[in-house]
Design a protein around this ligand. Sequence first.
Ligand code: CP
Ligand code: NVA
Length: 305
Amino acid sequence: MAIRHFLQFKDLSRDELDYLFERTRWIKRQFKSYQQYWPLSDRTLVMIFEKASTRTRLSFEAGMQQLGGSAIYLNTRDSQLGRGEPVEDAAQVISRMSDLVMIRTFEQEIIERFAANSRVPVINGLTNEYHPCQILADIFTFIEHRGPIQGKTVAWIGDSNNVCNTLLQAAEVLDFNVHVSTPPGYEVEPERAGLYGHAHYEEFADPMEAARGADLVTTDVWTSMGFEAENEERMRDFADWQVDADMMKIAGKDAVFMHCLPAHRGEEVAAEVIDGPQSVVWDEAENRLHTQKALMEYLLLGKVE
Ligand code: CP
Ligand code: NVA
């Protein structure tokens, strides 16, 4: 099989995603019933972090171990990566010593350069532009709670950041609609989001209108990693873009709430929403583990059934 990377959501086709969601269901069931499943024994995952992480590191590291393989953690602080070694050279070396690489970094261009020089599959663990593993888990979580996402409406409230861009790509691949509401000046940039067109999303000046009737309401931090210098300005600009109980009331009657986490209660989401009955954020976080196990298995072994 030719090397496949997962650098942005649209790297996987709809058929492949359907397979992955089915596979995730099986892998999750095995795990929950304490069945040992070691298809990746003797395989090594290298995880490179240039930004902080709790969920991504834990889910990849635990996931690889649960599949019988091992995971090595590298960060910029104590490797040569932070001292100016060209990313192309790092890719050559790291991919000769491992079977799979996951990278969390800044510009998307960095991970693309790494992948172009890698002998093994590369997974995007978050860049400034995209967070494909997050949306994989989010969609699996939606399907678990509410069934197929095709034709459904997702409201995105807040910053048109890496998670938003990825959600918009997913809408194109899986045929659902996104209602986006951002403050002025923070609108979606279709080219940066890697979109084919404008058919699957609509922009709303008023966040309440974006949420009206939605099947899923979702948001993320006002200030993403790497944008800390803008924090004060963003606190002011985003003040009216909080998902609160009134917004959840205007959403569909069975709407669920998601947040990729970490969350800031009282900023992008009210505590009563994230800690309330419509919130599925803990399932969403857990599903990072199961979906990524299916992804790693697929990138290394192809379809196994
Ligand atoms: N949602 C997410 O990617 O979390 P971490 O930053 O903790 O990995
Ligand atoms: N948009 C956030 C997501 C964190 C998981 C960030 O990039 O910091």
